[in-house]
Design a protein around this ligand. Sequence first.
Ligand code: ATP
Ligand code: MG
Length: 467
Amino acid sequence: MQWSISALLPGGRMKIRLNAAARDSMARNLLTRISKAVHKRSRKKLRVYSAEEHGLNPDDVTSAARHVVKTLVDGGYDAYIVGGGVRDLMLGLHPKDFDVATNAHPEQVRQLFDRCRIIGRRFRLAHVYSGRERIEVATFRGGHQTRAGREHLAMTLGGRILRDNAYGPIDRDAERRDFTINSLFYDPLHNIVLDFVGGVPDLRQGRLRMIGKPVVRFREDPVRLLRVLRFAAKLKFTIDPAMEQLIPELAPSLQNISPARMFDEGVKLMHSSAADDTLTLMRSKELLGQLFPYTDQILKQDKNSQHLEFLRRALRNTDQRAREGKSLSPAFAYAVMMWPDVCQIMKARGSHRLERQDALIVCGEKALEHQAETIQIPHRHAQMIREIWRRQAQLEAGPRRHPERVISRGYFRAAYDFLGLRANSKGPLQEAFQAWTQAQEQYRPGSTEDSPRPRSRRRRRGRRRRA
Ligand code: ATP
Ligand code: MG
């Protein structure tokens, strides 16, 4: 039996159908609260999905995320799981993590949790730690519609958001998110999903659609250009043509994004478990050059596709590792993406008097300088990248005297994996790689096997299901 709560709502125009399970007084109170919290105009748009419609189970969410929601609600606030966690669960995928949205301000969140840290200037939010998990708790945004809220929003004349700490109601928060499928609010306590923007139909139809006018939303934050490709590749969704056609034209606006943020976005692209497809999309939409200008140019002139093949082999391998839950290193991914430039610089230098290892050090330094034009690589990662490249000279030659010393040094494993990706099925590199594999078995038996990274999250039971 369906139950309409339209009678509860002022104006009585919002049609919400609930199944019998939701007919208890808690659900009634909740929906009354929601109706009061949202702007009149959003009430008409809100669609509430019951358990049998959305198909989620509160146990699909980690106990840490549920604990955060419950603590906030017990503290008198509203709180929901939002973003990728809800989207992925509704698609039957394994969410990377869970984000929470609430009307509690970061300081209020901090008062409720012992292990909590407030981070971010551009976008202030709270990190709550529970066991090994970190839950990102963001306060509803969208308050810039009011004069008081506008003080907390900083924009350039071109419409780019520099800082957004203008808190607002849930419906505005739903509208300030990027894509409709990323704007679903799951309440694990009442087991309902709130959809203000038509995200569920888009999820069901495999469609990536921007909330609001794409050109305005891309100008507000050009990083959304990269997010389109990441989600399209990861979820195998079609990109709404209204967004798609704008991407090459707006690609240069990524130059306004800080190189530090570009580093983080680059990692997300390469660790998304669909990095290979993302690379193809990025090349076709003229976005690769915004992150990796030198690699992009080399690929454009790469007649026998040797560099492209290396990158694709490496990214497919990263995708496989991501799917298997194995550890992933940002430095390794960047070492891969910059390698074509290192090779090009080495080639341009021609024959020179330096030893190969020294030449790799010098050329690697030049490639890192090139990369710094768009992306700021943190020092510790840059150090590992240098080591991976430098070690190639040593590993290419195969094990010599005292291979155990080489094997026991730091970064050996990363340099060895890198050599394996460079090696084609036949040839001297493959021989060297095989010899190092045997040497490891001899000196550190079992060390060539890669163990999965510990998983703190509960695996989803049952079949893959579409929303
Ligand atoms: P992932 O699976 O990669 O974590 P996600 O969708 O959860 O995907 P996050 O970067 O964790 O992505 O962000 C959480 C949510 O915050 C998004 O789903 C989206 O609703 C919102 N969001 C994140 N970045 C932006 C942005 N640049 N513009 C608008 N909304 C954003
Ligand atoms: Mg997320």
